[in-house]
Design a protein around this ligand. Structure first.
Ligand SMILES: NC(=O)c1ccc[n+]([C@@H]2O[C@H](COP(=O)([O-])OP(=O)(O)OC[C@H]3O[C@@H](n4cnc5c(N)ncnc54)[C@H](O)[C@@H]3O)[C@@H](O)[C@H]2O)c1
Length: 336
């Protein structure tokens, strides 16, 4: 497939490598940062586009990948969707519900086909965990959790100007940007949430909206309880995600906050737990993490099958992030 890129920063390279690995090509790219764009164009041997050229080039693409900071997406989304070209949009879809509603209106107006980049949902270890849960062997959900801790942007000696995440004009914080993954993963295992209570903390006083730590307790609509803990200001890291059901339990474990190394499970009638090793490391191989979701998108576009993480999923999790922030700010439990 022929793919056009808007936003050629860190994750943009992984997207483009995934496209090439699948047998596709990058036909053009745009970024406000001309130095970054030139480096990208060199690796992928593609045209370096000016903003005004996008409208002419977008119709030549089989899909467009949009991975600019989340506050800088609406005009690009309109250009892509109005040309009836499928859109791969990075998460979070936006940082305000107003922008999310504008995206929904565009999707409806143009009959848009959109995948939101919840890449962890497609990683083989999580797919295994999801299969175990959906097969019913673990029973009904009782207790789910996700705990991931490690060093994020702004930790230690890292410069605040290194990323949009710690730029006061663009920052949205971990609860909106990254806990979006937890909301996506956990609701895929236990369904929608009914209530949420959260506390967040920021460790960088000059960017107070950049929360770097979060702790949440949640009640799912089906009665299961859910806890989420995460930090971007921890020098030591771990990742565990678990499902405790009425008939068995499963746990995904990782060396650091985005590593998906192993899935273990044990049902009541098993003597010992069974383990599946993946050693899938985001830190060591971010490109492969992104590859799996592109493969899914290709399948959907080629065969007309359903997108697992469409725009509606991005809107749903943004609403959960907003509810968590409201809970923390007002010191209340939010009913959803
Ligand atoms: N799904 C995942 O696992 C995953 C992983 C990393 C990042 N992301 C998401 O991808 C997005 C980008 O993150 P990143 O880490 O690549 O950030 P980055 O800062 O490395 O890249 C962002 C790029 O956007 C460009 N940009 C900024 N404003 C622009 C504008 N108005 N028009 C065009 N280009 C513009 C910047 O110059 C930069 O090259 C974020 O939403 C982030 O949450 C997702």
């Amino acid at each position: 497939m022929k793919v056009l890129m808007i936003g050629t920063g860190d994750i943009g390279f992984s997207h483009a490598r995934a496209v090439v690995r699948l047998g596709g090509s990058i036909i053009g790219a745009y970024d406000v940062n001309k130095v970054g764009l030139a480096k990208f164009a060199k690796e992928f041997d593609c045209a370096q586009l000016e903003y005004d050229q996008l409208k002419d080039h977008i119709p030549n693409a089989d899909y467009v990948v949009l991975c600019t900071p989340p506050t800088k997406r609406l005009d690009y989304a309109e250009m892509v969707l109005s040309a009836h070209v499928p859109l791969y949009m990075e998460k979070p879809i936006a940082t305000t519900l107003e922008d999310a509603e504008k995206l929904e209106a565009m999707e409806q107006k143009y009959g848009g086909k959109i995948i939101v980049g919840f890449a962890h949902r497609y990683r083989p270890a999580f797919v295994k965990m999801h299969e175990l849960v959906s097969s019913g062997v673990l029973g009904e959900p009782v207790h789910l959790y996700s705990h991931r801790y490690g060093p994020g942007f702004g930790y230690g000696q890292r410069s605040l100007s290194e990323s949009w995440r710690t730029d006061p004009k663009l920052a949205c914080g971990m609860t909106i940007e990254s806990i979006s993954h937890e909301f996506n993963l956990l609701t895929s295992l236990c369904g929608d949430f009914a209530t949420i209570a959260a506390n967040v903390n920021c460790t960088i006083p000059s960017v107070p909206q950049y929360d770097t730590n979060t702790s949440m307790v949640i009640r799912a609509k089906n009665g299961a309880i859910v806890s989420i803990g995460a930090s971007w200001s921890s020098g030591v890291g771990v990742n565990i995600k678990g499902y405790i059901g009425t008939k068995g339990a499963a746990m995904l474990k990782g060396r650091n906050m985005f590593e998906f190394d192993e899935v273990v499970y044990k049902t009541l009638d098993m003597e010992t737990e069974e383990s599946f090793i993946y050693n899938d490391s985001y830190a060591l191989d971010q490109d492969t993490v992104v590859y799996h979701i592109h493969k899914h998108f290709w399948d959907c576009l080629e065969n007309g099958t359903e997108i697992i993480t469409p725009l509606a999923e991005g809107v749903k999790v943004l609403k959960l992030s907003m509810a968590a922030l409201k809970s923390s700010e007002e010191g209340i439990e939010v009913k959803l």
